[in-house]
Design a protein around this ligand. Structure first.
Ligand code: ASP
Length: 298
């Protein structure tokens, strides 16, 4: 693997290789201590806010022994007028091997890779607009596998702001490829009818019935121009003690807005896997970095 752009560009056996390597890291590399292995360097370039993704990429990089450089867009030469392509060219010249990029523009990272604007760098998509968040989907797949085993025929319900969510898009692509039955539940203003491989069920009680896993989504305020009718949304689409099936696992990519997409009570009684997800993210991101670094020619 030279880059990780989106789930589409990964073959199933590459996905399974990432999962197997992540399992190895989970068993063999305790978090919180250093275990040096690689000698490369990783630049984290985040143009949108992040807590879990940025920290877990940093933790994963350090666990593997990479040097990590955090780019601060607001303090960088981009504000002096430098184009991002030129920034990447300079990072490559300085000796960075991998650039982990979060950006608001859909298709941006693929364009960088295709036009060779990555220069010698390998690029990893750490969340791009509303289109793709491949490492989140990989860590969700890893988490689902751990709790449900094979996903063949399993009912995974994604509730909330589907149309603006890159997490939903990457998960739908990945989970349906491995045989899951993906059901999306949202009001019509959050539906995305261009998506394939899913079923829509607007009634949350019907959607959640017999679910194996329920994935909540945050309302992506930063991508929405119109006012969202919050009170009505909460009344109709909040995941809570009344509609959450006992036997299903509860997931959310974070950050959770308590008492909006999930009730605080449910989060505090059934939210343990939501905390496990970012932890799994470290192992999955270690696997991705490791496999990509193998392909870096310097
Ligand atoms: N952290 C996820 C993302 O970057 C989900 C969210 O922000 O709601 O897409």
């Amino acid at each position: 693997m030279k880059h990780l752009i989106d789930i589409k560009s990964l073959k199933n056996d590459e996905i399974l290789e990432i999962i197997e390597l992540a399992k190895y890291y989970e068993k063999n590399v305790p978090l919180g201590t250093q275990k040096k292995k690689q000698k490369g360097s990783v630049a984290l370039l985040f143009f949108e806010n992040s807590t879990r993704t940025r920290f877990s990429f940093e933790m994963a990089s350090r666990k593997l022994g990479f040097d990590v450089f955090n780019f601060e867009a607001q303090k960088s030469s981009i504000l002096k007028g430098e184009g991002f392509f030129d920034t990447l060219n300079n990072l490559n010249a300085i000796g960075c091997d991998i650039a982990v990029i979060r950006h608001s523009r859909e298709g941006f990272i693929e364009e960088l890779a295709q036009k060779n604007y990555s220069y010698g760098l390998s690029l990893i998509n750490a969340g791009e607009g509303k289109s793709a968040h491949p490492t989140q989907a990989l860590l969700d797949f890893y988490t689902l596998n751990k709790h449900l085993g094979t996903l063949e025929g399993k009912k995974i319900v994604i509730v909330g702001d589907i149309v603006h969510s890159r997490v939903a898009k990457s998960n739908i692509e990945l989970l349906s490829r491995f045989g899951a039955q993906v059901v999306c539940c949202s009001p019509d203003y959050f539906e995305d009818w261009t998506l394939e491989h899913i079923k829509y069920e607007p009634n949350i009680n019907i959607a959640l019935k017999d679910a194996d896993a329920v994935m909540g989504l945050r309302i992506q305020k930063e991508r929405i121009e119109n006012n969202v009718p919050y009170a009505q949304y909460i009344a109709d689409y909040q995941i809570n003690e009344k509609n959450m099936p006992d036997s299903a696992i509860l997931m959310h990519p974070g950050p959770v807005n308590r008492d909006v997409e999930i009730s605080s009570t449910l989060l505090d009684t059934k939210g343990e896997i939501i905390i496990e997800q970012p932890r799994n993210g470290v192992f999955v991101r270690m696997a991705v970095l490791d496999l990509i670094f193998e392909g870096v020619q310097r």
